[in-house]
Design a protein around this ligand. Sequence first.
Ligand code: ATP
Ligand code: MG
Length: 343
Amino acid sequence: MTDSTTLALISALPQPILLINSEGFVEVANQPARELFGGRIQNAQIRAHLRQPEILAMLERVLTDKRDDSASFVMATGNHETVWRVVARNGVAGMFVLSFSDISDIEAAEAQRRDFVANVSHELRSPLTVLAGFIETLQGPAGEDPAARTEFLGIMSEQAARMSGLVADLLSLSRVEAVEKIRPRSPVSISAVLKATLAALRPQIETADITLNYAVPDDLPEMPGDYDQLVQVFHNLVENALKYGAAGGRIDIEATKVDVSPGFDGPALRVSIRDYGDGVEPVYIPRLTERFYRVDKARSRDSGGTGLGLAIVKHILSRHRGRLVIRSRPNEGACFEAILPLT
Ligand SMILES: Nc1ncnc2c1ncn2[C@@H]1O[C@H](COP(=O)(O)OP(=O)(O)OP(=O)(O)O)[C@@H](O)[C@H]1O
Ligand SMILES: [Mg+2]
């Protein structure tokens, strides 16, 4: 039996707790545990409620050997999965304590980290393989052939540029993430940002054979921001419009002040970059800002893309308490709208 102090203590704990006897029947379930398993958990056989091999095996070990142990347990409600870490302690008077901690966030972060490392390695591996291959070729007889040597060195320098581009993007992503909680406050003129962006992209714009419609008034109010990061945002957006939308023959850049915008308390600037190219299927839109996500992997890679551009854009906008709105339909082009609060 459990005394009233113990019961009070267990019921005060925020995490689900069960006390089970040596047969596996639940003697005490605190409120969080009743919410997790339903009221019927009281006096029920715990094995009937934790029907997953890992945790059942753990229970047998605990009940037979009377020792402490732990295991994970996945609970699905609708399309949402919660991962619980269940710690079993051999308590007093033949009772066992099972405590449940929600480790879903830790598991998700861990999975994300693994994906990230796998992606980075994969992205670095292909240019490295190419480089190593050509070095070997140049060390052989081909190295004596001036035409072949020039061609191979050209490819090698492209691959080296790819790798340094990737590393630069990764660094800029981690720099933005590091300061994401600190909102930048220097007054920035968005038209100066856009002019600098276009000046840097001049060569690509000229070779793209497009008409650029630029509708950005010079007298827009200044906004609190980080000039260099904002240049990076619009550089990535315009570069994408040139890479994926140039077939449409036209790119529109517009900026306006809006007094009300969904999700914003005060006035904001709305800057849109619109192209008339292939666009994307709406189902892919929410994924575009994920790291390394590319709709058409081969095409993006051919143009030197790694799928980090929009992830960087999203982080910089979020640091500015702003938002990215993407609208697109196949064959109707794409419109990327950055909304940046003025106050
Ligand atoms: N204007 C656009 N039109 C059509 N698809 C686009 C457009 N902009 C982005 N995308 C799609 O979104 C994907 C992700 O874009 P993002 O800028 O993050 O990466 P990237 O351009 O492939 O590589 P990076 O920017 O790192 O060089 C692109 O690969 C492309 O499939
Ligand atoms: Mg890009």
